[in-house]
Design a protein around this ligand. Sequence first.
Ligand SMILES: N[C@@H](CCC(=O)N[C@@H](CS)C(=O)NCC(=O)O)C(=O)O
Length: 213
Amino acid sequence: MMKLHNYFRSSASFRVRIALNLKGLAYDYVPVHIARGEHRTGPFATISADQLVPLLEDDGERLSQSMAIIEYLEERHPSPPLLPSDALGRARVRALSESIACEIHPLNNLRVLKYLVRELKLDELAKNAWYRHWVREGMLAFERQLAQQPAGIYCWGNTPTMADCCLVPQIFNGQRFDCDFSGLPRTMAVFDACMQLEAFQQAQPSRCPDAEA
Ligand SMILES: N[C@@H](CCC(=O)N[C@@H](CS)C(=O)NCC(=O)O)C(=O)O
């Protein structure tokens, strides 16, 4: 059985939970309370090189980085596919995924927000303004990308892909910080469509074993 070391609120973990669910793969949920620093001090710190969640254990191997994990799952368990069968489609889906995973998320993760507050002495208001600014900028760019491609139910076509695995957690996180998601019709329609699916519902933070109010 695979083991997923993760945290209910971690959006990078949420991506992998969705991918595992979409593929119907069972896994052991191993909670790592990153808000309490367990990723840096607890037993997790000894098994994780980058001390970040998620970390997937499979066949005695440990894998980090959510996008690499999802691509690994895709190769090991190709059905149902989370990447299109054609090169152009795969490039489009990876570009959408990276728009979130590389352009938005790194600016807003826990250690960056902590640095803004502890080292740069930003107050809560300024920290939240930072967060909301980068989410808004990133989501507007995401919407422009969606608008340039053929209409579909999901980010790419009519079946969920890796891009949807990235989009939904980013919206969840943004909602927690009261980000402005107005004027994003394609993006929010895709979000709503994803949230109709059991795989996405089951992966959401409130359904996780370590969920907190
Ligand atoms: N690029 C990484 C990001 C991993 C990451 O930043 N995870 C966050 C939770 S979403 C984390 O462990 N944060 C701990 C910290 O910032 O100290 C991935 O996609 O897996």
